[in-house]
Design a protein around this ligand. Structure first.
Ligand code: SIN
Ligand code: CO
Length: 407
């Protein structure tokens, strides 16, 4: 297993620790052959098929005679321009949720906390295609997956955008450096660093993107959380949790806000308490919440618990790429919900959260262990949050022996 101190070709020979210190959020880095001999795990046709799905976010951007156009998916194959037409791009978001191979690629970037890792977006472009010079408010790794793309980048000072364009495109982009990226090459860009990538012939680029919520968005969501979880307020004394004013007298000025109403709210707010515990609980729930268009696929005919335990011991288990499992000390959060984990299940769940899988050996002694871990995992399996690993297909001889032994 790679550690924070293991130099890696993915980061141009740097260890994750060194990359984070020197480049993360600070300066761009071009990495030639970050993944040596990389071939795109998803074909163009498989990407187009994904863009036709309702539960996949996609956009089509075309540029012709200086006009930019943007359309939102889903797109059937015949909604897309012909492949012979130049200067169009299809962007497909969250491909890691639907392709195990792309999910596996994203796992290589887990030297950055899951709370910050967002998704893998794949762009397909015909010759000359691109989304125009722009800057993003989050960090990104741009991995060239197929064909060539010319990237020009620069620390932009003038951030005026083109008018009357459905995309954010810089009016006065100034590049300082440029390169042509080939399959396996990767460019890291910190937030706010301007870039313009133009396809040279047909090309596909994978963007490993990060989640950078606005401070205001976090605050707003925390305040919602506090309101939802606030203890029952004494309004309830009067009328089922609603404001009530049995002491209200007749008024001469009906348009004036009543003092009692203001005082009641002020005194309620004074009772709202929050601290580190609430912040942790809010972040765990909020950050593990799947995006609104994510739907899980529960197994059509789930195995019985006994069979599930037996199969897990032979094949191992893996979280669905759609599952978000986070923890803070002994508190776990899965897909937006807090989870009370008995002490006996904690170390197994921690391994599952950090590695996203348990190998067969680790599942082998479930039967002897406390049933609590089995209950949690079986429940996740039946909900489509967790899957049995595909059968490793032991050699024929071994399979025959195993069959005999079962008799
Ligand atoms: C692209 O892949 O075409 C665009 C990615 C980006 O600029 O962030
Ligand atoms: Co960008």
């Amino acid at each position: 297993m790679t550690t924070a101190r293991t130099p890696s070709p993915l980061l141009g020979g740097l260890a994750p620790d060194a990359f984070m210190k020197r480049y993360w959020h600070k300066r761009p880095l071009l990495i030639r052959q970050a993944i040596p001999g990389f071939t795109a795990p998803l074909s163009r046709d498989a990407l187009f098929a994904m863009a036709a799905q309702d539960d996949v976010e996609s956009r089509l951007i075309s540029h012709a005679r200086k006009r930019w156009q943007l359309e939102h998916g889903p797109f059937d194959a015949d909604d897309l321009p012909p492949l012979s037409r130049k200067q169009w791009t299809l962007l497909v978001q969250g491909v890691n949720l639907h392709s195990p191979a792309v999910d596996a690629l994203m796992q290589q970037f887990r030297f950055i906390p899951d709370a910050r890792l967002d998704d893998v977006m794949i762009s397909y472009a015909t010759d000359g295609g691109g989304v125009g010079p722009h800057l993003d408010s989050y960090d990104v790794f741009l991995l060239q997956a197929h064909g060539k793309r010319r990237w020009r980048i620069g620390p932009q000072r003038d951030t005026t955008w083109l008018d009357d364009v459905p995309l954010r495109i810089l009016k006065h982009f100034e590049a300082e450096e440029e390169w042509i990226l080939e399959p396996g090459d990767m460019l890291y860009l910190p937030p706010g660093y301007a870039h313009d990538g133009v396809a040279q012939g047909e090309c596909m680029t994978y963007s490993i993107g990060f989640r950078a919520p606005l401070e205001q968005e976090m605050l707003q969501n925390f305040l919602y959380y506090l309101a939802e979880n606030a203890p029952a307020l004494p309004f309830a004394r009067h009328f089922a949790g609603r404001y009530a004013d049995p002491g209200q007298s007749a008024v001469k000025h009906p348009a004036a806000l009543p003092d009692a109403m203001i005082e009641t709210l002020v005194s309620q707010l004074e009772k709202v308490r929050w601290g580190q515990k609430e912040v942790e609980d809010f972040l765990g729930r909020w950050l593990s919440e799947p995006k609104s268009h994510v739907f899980f696929d529960p197994p059509e005919s789930p195995l019985s618990v006994t069979r599930f335990v037996r199969e897990a011991a032979e094949r191992g288990l893996a979280l669905s790429p759609k599952t978000q499992l986070l923890y803070r000390r002994n508190q776990y959060y899965v897909n937006g919900e807090p989870l009370d984990v008995p002490a006996s299940a904690r170390s197994t769940l921690r391994q599952l959260a950090d590695r996203r899988r348990l190998n067969a050996g680790e599942c082998a002694n479930f039967e002897q262990k406390d049933q609590e871990i089995v209950e949690i995992l079986y429940d996740w399996y039946a909900s489509g949050w967790l899957q049995l690993e595909t059968d490793p297909k032991p050699p024929l001889k071994l399979r025959a022996v195993r069959k005999k032994a079962k008799k």
